[in-house]
Design a protein around this ligand. Structure first.
Ligand SMILES: Cc1cc2nc3c(=O)[nH]c(=O)nc-3n(C[C@H](O)[C@H](O)[C@H](O)COP(=O)(O)O)c2cc1C
Length: 376
């Protein structure tokens, strides 16, 4: 019977078990988007026991970073330091993917640069005026995703994940909240998926048929007018046909509109509210598996208890991502695999990890003092 310790083969990548470190923006990179010692330390400590590490959102353009210390693969000079990170992870026995991303209008202001790319100009922060992307901007973005993917392959990653979730740029194209375009990149689910499909096809063409290609997608957005599961599943089938191998299924669990000083902007968070239990997103991931037949990753407060094992054994979920609990206690994966989950040092869901990077500071944790951001 499948357990958390069972192996899994995806294309030419063999995973030693079913646990995944999901992408976690640390803000530990250099101002030039390069890997630092703090980045190496963070991933080394968390690659020891999981089957797969997905390195944090890594920007395909200099103006697409989530935080000032986001990693980048927009330039050839970033390949060699990234290769050092890949080796560090693989040396611990885990496979390594990188999440390719563009933050769109959620990137911090970049003085002197044209930035804040957006499908339709919806604001995400008061200090960045979104720019509605024209055909030239879209063509450039497709090229930059595919070049970054090639750089990832060159750096030795076992695969790539495209960040199509959490209301960053590609996710904004998928979402009816943020995509009001009337050209071929907007409209119904198929139209809103058009850009993601072009990117997936281009990346697949460049990386070859055997290279694992994951896509992170919101199953739904729990904001009035947000993406609904039915549409996300339509998109998933199209993305599968375009070349996606695995769906990393997440969501916008909470969010809404804010207003101050005459400006209105949208916010959204992937963290489940405190009152929802461990594994509350399993049914969403299971729906993607049923619809597409592809392997899926489920995420959401996994760690203590039997939710992860039940998801794998009873719901046929392929992979389990453990986020905040791995920030708080890097031994979490080992404890889960050896049925010592009661020894896990519990995450209190205080959201200091999100808050610290939101302030453009290095990621910190209330419980774990061993992070570069310290205890916050
Ligand atoms: C500090 C922090 C940074 C994150 N950065 C990313 C990111 O770069 N890309 C991404 O897709 N998700 C990101 N996430 C979301 C996580 O991958 C995960 O989906 C989320 O934390 C829910 O899982 P959990 O309940 O196990 O923490 C981040 C989460 C946290 C706490």
């Amino acid at each position: 019977m499948t357990s958390l310790s069972s192996e899994l083969k995806i294309k030419n990548m063999m995973l030693r078990n079913r646990l995944v470190l999901p992408p976690i923006t640390t803000n530990y990179g250099s101002s030039k988007g390069l890997v630092t010692q703090a980045v190496l330390d963070f991933y080394r400590d968390r690659a020891k026991d999981v089957g797969l590490v997905i390195v944090e959102a890594t920007s395909v353009q200099a103006t697409g970073r989530i935080v000032p210390g986001s990693l980048g693969l927009w330039d050839d000079s970033q390949v060699s330091p990234m290769a050092g990170l890949v080796k560090t992870i693989q040396k611990q026995g885990a496979s390594a993917l990188v999440q390719l991303s563009h933050a769109g209008p959620r990137c911090p202001p970049v003085p002197g640069k044209r930035h804040g790319f957006s499908p339709s100009g919806v604001r995400f922060r008061p200090d960045v005026d979104p720019i509605v992307m024209n055909a030239g901007d879209i063509g450039q973005l497709i090229r930059d995703f595919s070049r970054a993917a090639l750089r990832a392959q060159k750096a030795g990653f076992d695969g790539v994940e495209i960040h199509g979730a959490h209301l960053y740029l590609l996710s904004q194209f998928l979402s009816p909240l943020t995509n009001r375009r009337e050209d071929e990149y907007g409209g119904d689910a198929k139209g809103r998926a058009f850009l993601a499909l072009e990117i997936v096809r281009e990346v697949r063409k460049n990386l070859g048929p055997d290279y694992p290609l994951f896509f992170r997608i919101n199953a739904e957005e729990r904001i009035p007018g947000g993406l609904v599961l039915k549409d996300a599943l339509v998109m998933a089938k199209l993305l599968k046909d375009a070349g996606v191998d695995v769906f990393d299924v997440t969501l916008i669990a909470q969010g809404g509109w804010k207003e101050a000083e005459g400006k209105t902007w949208l916010t959204g968070s992937s963290a489940l509210p405190k009152d929802l239990p461990s594994g509350a997103n399993v049914a969403l991931a299971a729906a993607f598996k049923k619809e597409t037949g592809l392997p899926v990753i489920a995420v959401g407060k996994f760690g203590m208890g039997d939710a992860a094992l039940c998801a794998v054994q009873d719901e046929n979920i392929d992979l389990i991502a453990v986020g905040r609990q791995m920030i708080c206690d890097p031994e979490t994966a080992k404890k889960m695999l050896t049925e010592r989950d009661l020894d896990i040092i519990a995450c209190e869901e205080c959201l200091q990890c999100f808050a610290s990077i939101g302030r453009s500071e290095p990621m910190a944790c209330k419980i774990n003092p061993d992070l570069p951001g310290g205890r916050s």
